[in-house]
Ligand binder design. Structure first.
Ligand code: ADP
Ligand code: NI
Length: 217
């Protein structure tokens, strides 16, 4: 039963993500799904809730619904009803995707986070760092016509929600504005561990990048 629901959910998400940008394709969803299951192994949680939330976490992203989050949330809710997910599970999943996005963290809302939310949120953030994160950042940066690097453009130390949405700057600056900081936002033990390793890797990448930039290597 659960297996069948997961299968249908994957199908639904695949179709829904077809119009999303390249940084958020179905492969991102599958990576977050796999990472979430990995992190959940060390936690006492409802794995079914984690799996559903991981698969559905980007369907309601306002970026893909002309800035409207409610449209996506309703779509997810309707889907979960249609495939007969119990009401309490459905509510837990909706709560997670409603409260998860990185942009929401600017609002510093004080809510009690469920362990299931912490897991999926960590997994989503981890997918923005490490080798995958580097690949995604340069893809995204190219997509919005940002330079890969410009020594004359300093990074923005205090990035607020408006600045983040404007997405001005260079992709290398994005490392300092977001990617290198994400490790401090991890909420689970396993998440912290993975994020630390991936951040070390990004630091090595940056070191190499500057050496090559200056023709020193
Ligand atoms: P999310 O909230 O899912 O992280 P974003 O749209 O902020 O969504 O980011 C999607 C991907 O694009 C992430 O890998 C992120 O690091 C990257 N990204 C976002 N903004 C920039 C930017 N200005 N330059 C380069 N990469 C970016
Ligand atoms: Ni995501």
């Amino acid at each position: 039963m659960k297996k069948e629901i997961i299968r249908k959910t994957k199908e639904f998400v695949k179709t829904e993500m077809e119009n999303a940008d390249k940084g958020h394709d179905y492969w991102h969803i599958l990576r977050v799904y796999n990472l979430s299951k990995e992190i959940a192994k060390e936690e006492d949680v409802d794995l079914f809730v984690v799996e559903l939330a991981a698969l559905l976490h980007d369907v309601s992203d306002s970026k893909f619904n002309n800035g409207d989050e409610e449209i996506g949330l309703k779509k997810v809710n309707d889907f979960l009803e249609k495939v007969n997910v119990d009401e309490d599970i459905r509510k837990k999943v909706i709560y997670i995707i409603e409260n998860m996005s990185f942009q929401k963290s600017f609002e510093k809302k004080k809510i009690n986070l469920s362990k299931e939310l912490m897991i999926v949120q960590d997994a989503d953030r981890i997918d923005a760092i490490g080798a995958i994160g580097i690949a995604r950042a340069f893809t995204f940066g190219g997509h919005i016509h940002n330079e890969i690097y410009n020594p004359n453009i300093k990074y923005n130390k205090k990035l607020n929600k408006e600045d983040y949405k404007k997405r001005q700057g260079t992709t290398i600056n994005h490392f300092y504005e977001k990617l290198l900081i994400l490790k401090d936002k991890m909420l689970t033990k396993k998440g912290k561990e993975i994020a630390k390793n991936r951040t070390d890797f990004m630091q090595s990448f940056l070191k190499e990048f500057y050496l090559e930039w200056d023709g020193k290597k």
